[in-house]
Unconditional design. Structure first.
Length: 382
């Protein structure tokens, strides 16, 4: 058994793992560049993956998907069903393939099981809140399948790396900051890694254990302690957005003129550094000031490239929050989804903020930062 993992007895007992959703606090868009960092918050809205023993087949269920059930005789069948008809299953299926591969490298026999996904990251009509369901389902699937086989990791960075490998094999161009937050919980500081070195190893089909044992240059995962008087409110525009589309639009615009984006990344890199220091010092007033500066930087980026980062609904969400004494900004790629509002006030003004949001057709999500999932506070690969 690799030192990265340890084994408990596998009694083929049911296993459930709940993974929190996430929201960006600072660093979105900039985190896509090299040597960048971001701060996010995990929220207590969860995606759960349950594994139970199955006699002879792999039975997969997810009510959040249009085709809610799949049955496989073998996980080797996955490579034969990755067609356009099964795109909505791609994160789960790829996580199963990675689970199968790591178990084989650990010389642990694969057991048949039934897998059931239950998600709170969509509303009752199936609309996504923008809390990162693709990352959450990847992490939850890996974590629950391995736990069902009695396999656990010595440090959370191992689970992060497995999830990143899963998504990179699917061709993801994301930052993987969501994965860091799904894995760690709480308030999270994430510094991205040298993606090219990991892609090279994937292209060479290096064994998973070898990739997991290697340092990932630049990677840093850390949970932060928020000041006691920092209060978070979350508004949802009820308009789901596509991060992939907005990022692709940014890349398209920067091909001929990257100056504004380069200026943006320099500014946001400094803002994230200052925000990290403010968390470390418990300086809530500084946190609020940086949130407002980050909002202005995002507005400038949107104006420079005609990106719809702040929709009319997000502008309303932010301006209403500011009028009620909160520092507010869009969260993530924008274009819809959620905005965050932070305050050092007690909870009393929240009621009037919620009423004002509701009058503007902004839905308050009554969520809080999710608890940290591990005692270990930081992990570095330098």
């Amino acid at each position: 058994m690799s030192e990265l993992f340890y084994r408990t007895s596998s009694l083929k007992m049911p296993v459930t793992r709940r993974v929190p959703g996430k929201l960006f606090v600072s660093g979105e868009y900039a985190i896509l560049g090299a040597d960048q960092h971001a701060i996010l918050v995990a929220v207590n809205q969860y995606l759960a993956c349950q594994i139970t023993p199955s006699e002879s087949t792999f039975q997969l269920k997810s009510q959040a998907l249009q085709q809610s059930e799949l049955q496989l005789e073998s996980l080797d069948d996955i490579k034969h069903i990755q067609t356009q008809d099964f795109q909505e299953w791609r994160y789960i299926l790829q996580a199963l393939r990675i689970s199968q591969q790591i178990l084989a490298e650990l010389n642990i026999p694969l057991q048949t099981f039934a897998l059931t996904i239950q998600s709170e990251l969509n509303n009752d009509q199936g609309l996504k809140y923008g809390l990162g369901s693709s990352g959450a389902v990847t992490v939850a699937t890996l974590e629950s399948v391995l736990a069902f086989h009695g396999v656990h990791w010595s440090e959370p960075a191992t689970l992060f790396k497995l999830a990143v490998i899963t998504l990179m094999q699917l061709g993801s161009n994301g930052s993987f900051a969501d994965i860091a937050t799904n894995v760690l919980g709480g308030w999270v500081y994430y510094h991205n890694f040298d993606r090219s070195s990991i892609q090279t190893q994937l292209d060479k089909q290096i064994p998973l254990l070898e990739m997991l044992e290697e340092d990932w240059p630049g990677l840093r995962l850390e949970t932060l302690r928020a000041p006691d008087d920092l209060h978070l409110a979350i508004g949802w525009t009820q308009a789901p957005a596509s991060t992939d589309n907005l990022v692709a639009l940014l890349h398209q615009h920067t091909k001929g003129n990257a100056h504004a984006y380069e200026q943006f990344t320099r500014e946001v890199h400094q803002l994230v550094h200052q925000l990290y220091q403010a968390f470390e010092e418990g300086n809530t007033q500084q946190i609020l000031q940086i949130i407002r500066q980050n909002r202005q930087a995002l507005q400038n980026l949107g104006d420079a490239y005609n990106l719809p980062i702040e929709t009319n609904d997000l502008v309303a969400l932010i301006e209403i929050a500011e009028a009620h004494g909160y520092a507010s900004k869009s969260s993530g790629a924008g274009g819809g989804d959620c905005g965050i509002a932070l305050s050092n006030q007690n909870k009393q003004p929240l009621n009037s903020l919620v009423d004002a949001w509701q009058a503007a057709n902004i839905q308050h999500l009554p969520l809080s930062p999710a608890p940290e999932r591990y005692e270990e506070r930081n992990y570095y690969d330098r």
